[in-house]
Design a protein around this ligand. Structure first.
Ligand code: SF4
Length: 213
């Protein structure tokens, strides 16, 4: 089992609630037992998708996820109906009781880093929900804040650009950020969360599996 003690302790000292699981299925069971009859919004999160978390929570809650509103990854520029549904779902997810997403990286001293293109995920992790839950696989944990920014920019973002078939250098060539000026650039903003925001409860769910990008 991965030793999460350093990162858990750093997060708890700052006021984050931390829950550690040896498997994704244990984490999903825990979340499905603790989140009931709530409105739940999801950010773009491959981690949750890989865990089947939406489908499990959907049995007990009112769910909103723009990835389910239309064929998100294969949306064409001409699909205006699909784009409208995604836009509406993103807006609706900003007003749920609980918001769930992952992180591009988490440093061992307890700093969460996320990059976003549309900005809905960043916004919701900063304001607007009673509770924010980050679900983070062991592969996202790095020693320092500088490593976390590097991972977000050079691993998570290029992999995401590739999965979305973006016309960006990182999606087509080397898996590395070159700070492109492509119109399809997906890295538009980055949030660094040092401490829980004052008006939201934060829980960090750490899982001893490689999850997401
Ligand atoms: S800034 Fe451009 S090259 Fe860098 S990761 Fe984002 S999309 Fe890729």
């Amino acid at each position: 089992m991965t030793d999460f003690s350093k990162v858990s302790s750093a997060l708890e000292k700052k006021g984050f609630k931390v829950s550690v699981f040896s498997s994704g299925s244990d984490a999903v069971s825990y979340l499905s037992e603790t989140i009931r009859e709530k409105t739940v919004g999801f950010g773009g999160t491959k981690t949750a998708e890989e865990l089947g978390l939406y489908e499990t929570l959907d049995k007990f809650n009112y769910m909103v996820w723009h990835w389910k509103a239309a064929d998100y990854e294969n949306l064409t520029p001409e699909d205006t109906a699909g784009k409208k549904k995604i836009h509406e779902a993103r807006n609706a997810a900003m007003h749920t009781d609980v918001y769930i997403c992952s992180a591009n990286a988490l440093s061992e001293d307890g700093v969460i880093v996320n990059i976003d293109g549309a900005g809905n995920r960043l916004s919701s992790t900063l304001w607007g929900h009673k509770k924010v839950i980050f679900i983070i696989g062991r592969n996202k944990i790095v020693p320092t804040y500088e490593d976390a920014v590097w991972r977000a920019r050079n691993v998570a973002a290029p992999l995401r650009a590739r999965s979305l078939h973006k016309n960006t250098p990182c999606a087509k060539g080397e898996l590395k950020c070159c700070d492109c000026s492509s119109p399809e650039r997906i890295c538009r903003g980055m949030a660094t969360i040092w401490y829980p925001m004052q008006k939201q409860e934060f829980e960090i769910v750490l899982i001893d599996e490689d999850l997401g990008m």
